[in-house]
Design a protein around this ligand. Structure first.
Ligand code: PMP
Length: 464
């Protein structure tokens, strides 16, 4: 049966009433709901339809979860097959045929070294649960406590994951510089900036008086997502792999957001060829439903039964939907497609940046793209880049929404417009996304004064 036949009737009054009741009843901590006043009632692929009858191109994709977009037929079919089979939906961490199939498919996508000698732990359903599991695992295996993580990182909202993220309020985790071409902490960028970042890490580990005891593990994202779409250089990732291996420090790679084809390879770590000791996975592996796992080298499997438990570790529908997603991406080469299409979109964004002083940088890998908005009248700050302009970023996000385009903001100051479209989008859809974004940026520049400047229309050229 087509989805449109079963979706609730959409009326403008239900749209307004639902939004009003949400703002009265829901927590002050709600996030996306504030910047995206939409009441989704139907969705397919890239498109969401709201209760007000408006249609949107969804480049948020459940914060990077929907590799195949909304309600892909293979995902719906997989879910229906489980429902129709009479299989139990709640199974704790018991073995089931659905889980067995999921694990087999997941292992088939992993680097041989990890697949042949790997163990999998099904965690509570969120990415942050898997990050906590990874920390417990390496602490148990090494007998050490401390962790190393990178400035600008995002690993989740539970206590340990938050402590390893850029927004941490504690200093329990040693913070290391993450290489960044645009806002390089050493003001050099490129290979040189990455080299200096790596040397700093080595010196902290090798200097007996650095004040940093040998850690239980190091965690990193191959591309920082929430941190503002910052791809790490492959050479730096290899260096971090060597640095940790040489010192007996387990390397935890967080592919919660970069996994399942998003960056142009099935796993983002494949670009550099590194194989981590622990791989953290969630989001797309559940095919739009909650699922999180860690996969790790068998030697680390020294924790005891119940060391990381949880009631919701056996979501059968998520495993079926996730397996269908993994198979579909693999069989259709959607990782390669994401790489090619992403490169073309980035080239167009680069042209856009040349026409607008307010775009400080465009960057990304595959279909994980970012446009950093900066104060178009300001001079460069200590990082060598102009200061971020979060007000303009909000104006661009709103102007996108007015044009039927949903985008996310990220980055240190929420001034990076992020595009995370499904890997299934067509060339025409990619053009439509960029046309709307181009138009939205031009409109936002016209109406939003520069923070330090006088002219709201300072532009280097003409935009479309
Ligand atoms: N790690 C990374 C790299 C993420 O991007 C996220 C979520 N954006 C998480 C971990 C946490 O996942 P969750 O929100 O499911 O807890």
């Amino acid at each position: 049966m087509a989805l449109t036949e079963t979706a609730p009737a959409a009326t403008p009054s239900s749209h307004e009433g639902i939004l009003r009741r949400q703002s009265l009843r829901e927590s002050a901590a709600r996030t996306y709901a504030r910047s995206l006043p939409i009441v989704p009632v139907r969705a397919r692929g890239l498109t969401i339809e709201g209760a007000d009858g408006r249609r949107y191109l969804d480049c948020l994709s459940g914060a990077g979860t929907l590799a195949l977009g909304h309600n892909h037929p293979v995902v719906l079919e997989a879910i229906r097959a489980v429902l129709d089979s009479g299989a139990p939906l709640h199974t704790l961490d018991l073995a089931t045929p659905v889980k067995d199939d999921f694990t087999t498919e997941l292992f088939a996508t992993l680097p041989r070294e990890l697949a042949e000698n790997g163990r999998i732990q099904f965690c509570g359903p969120a990415g942050t649960d898997a990050v906590e599991a990874a920390f417990t695992l390496v602490r148990t295996a090494t007998g050490r406590e401390g962790l190393m993580a990178f400035s600008g990182a995002y690993h989740g909202m539970t206590e340990g994951a938050l402590a390893a993220s850029g927004g941490a309020r504690t200093t329990a985790v040693t913070r290391l510089p993450y290489p960044s071409d645009y806002r390089c902490p050493f003001r050099t960028g490129g290979e040189r900036g990455a080299e200096l970042a790596a040397r700093w890490t080595e010196s902290l580990l090798d200097d007996q008086k650095s004040g940093v005891p040998r850690p239980a593990g190091m965690i990193l994202e191959p591309v920082q997502g929430e941190g503002g779409v910052i791809p790490a250089p492959d050479s730096w990732l290899r260096r971090m792999r060597d640095v940790t291996a040489a010192r007996g420090i387990p390397l935890i790679v967080d592919e919660v957001q970069t996994g399942v084809g998003r960056t142009g390879t099935f796993w983002a770590m494949e670009h550099s060829g590194i194989v981590p000791d622990v791989l953290v996975l969630s989001k797309a592996i559940g095919g739009s439903l909650p699922l999180a796992v860690i996969v790790y080298r068998a030697e680390l499997d020294t924790w005891q039964p119940g060391a990381h438990a949880g009631t919701f570790r056996g979501n059968q529908l998520a495993m079926a939907a996730g397996r269908a997603t993994l198979v579909h991406v693999r069989e259709n080469g959607l990782d390669r497609r994401a790489g090619e299409l992403g490169a073309r979109m980035l080239a167009r964004l680069t042209q856009l940046a040349a026409a607008h002083d307010c775009i400080g940088d465009v960057r990304g890998r595959g279909l994980m793209l970012g446009v950093e908005l900066v104060d178009r009248d300001a001079d460069a700050d200590a990082t060598g880049a102009r200061p971020a302009d979060p007000t303009l970023a909000v104006a661009v996000q709103n102007a996108c929404l007015d044009r039927g385009l949903i985008v996310e903001l990220g980055g240190r100051q929420s001034a990076v417009v992020r595009l995370l479209p499904p890997l299934t989008i067509t060339d025409e859809q990619a053009d439509a996304i960029l046309d709307r974004l181009t138009d939205a940026i031009a409109a936002a520049v016209r109406t939003t004064p520069a923070p330090t400047g006088t002219s709201p229309t300072t532009m280097r050229g003409t935009s479309r």
